[in-house]
Design a protein around this ligand. Structure first.
Ligand code: HEM
Length: 444
């Protein structure tokens, strides 16, 4: 029973006893959008027994992620879901451990270093596109996953995993499928369900691959990649890095470095296939600016329409659809008290579809991204890479990769959406297509 001194909760949907609104997770993204529509800028709901405070206004989100970020940590929900795979890696850790690891890793993403990755990316893209034959059908999501895995392994981990890529794709999918399912939260990891058995086999395989990568890099430690930097830190710092910490970082980069970019590319190609006028403008820009040459870091800067296409695709289908934090102490937002340990949800998926900031928000309109339009937006009305000190460390790397893939692909091919593709979106840690997106490859 509420006493008169108990602070009021924000409005929100009433859930079922014990499981709260957990069943809504089957249509989680629509649920979040409806919450804003029905209840406003601060919404309360329960996920199982977890209290969730959903913030929908860019100013409130800015106060959590940026201005008052020191009052929040990563949420225990994020740590529970991702920690079994990524341990205390850069994505899931907090405090001094996070600061120290970010300091060690950040130089691998310095603009000068990113420049070194560009040729390597174009080589990997050429290799993958060389396997495409005009007239054949391809599962776009799988193609993009193999490509982004290849790139992340070569650039960031300093290894060639081409022969392992098929098995690795299976393992990563099994792990993400389990982490993204609501049953993950309901059933203990040891319960002998088919999903759990697949998860544990896949995780063992991934851990053994990661151990092999670390051994290989230890044998040839010179390099600018993330693993070399961490190994060098092991030699020079007073405290050698714990082997579990190193494994957690490699696992973090393997996951964070490929999955989001693969989904972004799949959605962008889907949008281009369903908007032929946008594809035509993109191709016209590539012909004009590149004149048949391979794209490079130097020529990429001229691809302004391509950049608008990517910006708009990341608005409509942000791979990180929701970003969670939890307050260290009681905090007040819009007059509501949020207790320590509660989950604060700041969902790019909802803010990016808010008609207060985006005219006709469901429409794919790259042209909307003029400099004036950007300036007119509240700062956190667009944040596919997060904001504040925990902003994505791989943002520049990802944007360069997206640009180079689109440029190489659309210089050479047109992708025709297979009529059998049923397009729907789901969330399984990241935003992804619910069914395979089949495309027929046509030569340009
Ligand atoms: C389109 C592609 C990508 C998107 C949309 C994306 C999105 C994000 C977001 C929203 C965060 C912040 C999460 C939070 O505040 O809780 C984040 C963090 C992170 N991302 Fe990305 N990311 C992408 C690509 C990459 C790539 C390519 C890498 C690695 C090369 C990467 C590595 C990381 C890491 C390690 C963190 C944790 C950073 C920290 O807490 O210090 N991401 N990403």
């Amino acid at each position: 029973m509420r006493t008169t001194t108990e602070p009021a909760k924000p409005p929100g949907p009433s859930g079922m006893p014990v499981i709260g609104n957990a069943l809504e997770s089957r249509r989680a993204l629509d649920f979040l959008v409806e919450n804003r529509h029905r209840y406003g800028d601060v919404v309360y709901y329960d996920f199982l027994t977890e209290p969730i405070y959903q913030l929908n206004h860019p100013d409130d989100i800015e106060s959590v992620l940026v201005t008052n970020n020191e009052q929040f940590t990563k949420s225990h929900l994020t740590k529970a879901v991702l920690g079994s795979v990524a341990g205390d890696g850069l994505f899931t850790s907090d405090g001094d451990l996070w600061r120290e690891q970010r300091r060690r890793i950040q130089p691998a993403f310095h603009p000068a270093q990113i420049a070194v990755y560009s040729d390597l990316m174009v080589d990997a893209i050429d290799r993958r596109l060389a396997t495409w034959t005009p007239g054949e059908r391809r599962n776009l999501g799988e193609e993009m996953r193999k490509l982004t895995l290849d790139i992340v392994a070569r650039a960031l981990l300093g290894v060639d995993i081409e022969s392992e890529i098929e098995d690795l794709g299976w393992s990563l999918d099994a792990v993400l499928g389990r982490l993204g399912s609501v049953w993950y939260h309901l059933l203990p990891e040891w319960a002998p369900t088919p999903g759990n058995r697949r998860f544990s086999r896949a995780l063992t395989e991934l851990e053994s691959l990661v151990d092999d990568i670390i051994d290989e890099r230890r044998a040839t430690p010179d390099g600018d990649d993330v693993v070399s930097r961490l190994l060098a830190a092991e030699l020079t710092d007073d405290e050698p890095m714990d082997p579990d910490q190193l494994r957690a970082e490699v696992m973090t980069f393997l996951f964070a470095g490929h999955e989001t970019t693969a989904q972004a590319l799949t959605f962008t190609c889907y949008l281009l296939a369903t908007h032929p006028d946008v594809e035509a403008k993109l191709v016209e820009e590539l012909e004009r600016e590149l004149a048949g040459d391979r794209p490079s870091l130097a020529t990429m800067g001229n691809l302004t329409y391509t950049e608008q296409v990517i910006t708009e695709a990341l608005r409509l289908y942000p791979p990180a659809n929701d970003i969670h934090r939890e307050p260290v102490d009681d905090v007040e937002i819009q007059g509501y008290h949020i207790p320590p340990g509660a989950t604060v949800s700041t969902p790019p998926w909802v803010v990016h579809r808010d008609p207060r900031w985006y005219d006709d928000p469901e429409a794919f309109r790259p042209e909307r991204w003029t400099a004036e339009f950007r300036d007119s937006l509240p700062r956190l009305a667009y944040f596919p890479f997060g904001a504040g000190p925990r902003r994505c460390v791989g943002e520049r790397f990802a944007l360069m990769e997206l640009t180079l893939v689109l440029a190489c692909l659309y210089q050479n091919f047109h992708l025709e959406l297979d009529p059998e593709t049923r397009f729907a979106v789901e969330t399984a840690v990241t935003t992804r297509p619910k069914h395979p997106v089949w495309m027929t490859v046509e030569a340009r």
